[in-house]
Write a protein that binds this ligand. Structure first.
Ligand SMILES: [Zn+2]
Length: 232
């Protein structure tokens, strides 16, 4: 495989047996090889252990840097949540190893981002992912709203028993909103407006406007998908 050739990279990824990656994950890795995206973050827990060595071999042959760590957090992610909730959610996240893939020139950025206790700003996260800051900011708002609602619902379900609260957060069990207003806010928090060919969850402004940063990126990813044989 030639160095950082997205077409050859995808050909090798598609040949993995058993199939290891979703199409969108392969496209994200192609985007890193192509220079369209600085860093791809892939959750490893869903993938079996033995084939992972093949994946690492393919990425190394493509001259891409791999770092296994934990997902970075936003600097305001748990604003408004109690400490028990924030700590339990962070501990839950540390159970899920993430494979960060980047070109070698971005490796230090990835290492720094995953080690930051204070979390990343919106602009830092947008720069790492190569995504519009407006969409990253909106996704942060949705995530923060989800955590606040989740904390309230868990506390209500277990009556403030700290150990049980923490177990609930780690289990990821979905809780039930108690009324229409809470359900409306939960739907708002879980809103998904994917930009095709990407993992961008669009902000309202980008979703409403075809001539928007998210749609432009979506077009670039579509072209890349066609180039590497992952789209039509
Ligand atoms: Zn946007």
């Amino acid at each position: 495989m030639t160095s950082q050739d997205p077409i050859a990279l995808v050909r090798h990824l598609m040949a993995l047996e058993p199939p290891l990656l979703e199409i969108l994950e392969m496209l994200e890795l192609a985007a890193v090889a192509d220079g369209l995206k600085p860093v791809a973050a892939i959750t490893l827990t869903s993938h079996g252990a033995p084939p992972q060595s093949q994946l690492f071999g393919i990425l190394a042959a493509a001259r891409l840097t791999t770092i296994v760590g934990h997902m970075w957090s936003g600097n305001d992610e748990f604003a408004g949540c109690s400490d028990w909730y924030a700590n339990a959610a962070k501990a839950h996240r540390s159970d899920e190893p993430i494979l960060f893939v980047s070109q070698p020139c971005h490796a230090d950025l990835v290492t720094g981002a995953t080690r930051l206790d204070s979390g990343l700003s919106v602009s830092e996260e947008a720069a790492l992912l190569g995504y519009p800051a407006c969409c990253v900011a909106t996704q942060r708002d949705r995530s923060r709203l989800f955590h606040r609602l989740n904390a309230v619902m868990i506390e209500r379900a277990v009556g403030g028993d700290l150990a049980r609260c923490q177990r609930f957060v780690r289990s990821g069990v979905a809780l039930t909103p108690q009324d229409k207003e809470e359900r409306r806010r939960l739907n708002e928090a879980l809103c998904q407006m994917p930009a095709p060919y990407t993992s961008i969850n669009m902000c309202d402004a980008c979703a409403a406007e075809p001539d928007s940063p998210a749609h432009h990126l979506s077009q670039s990813y579509k072209k890349l998908a066609q180039q590497v044989g992952l789209g039509n």
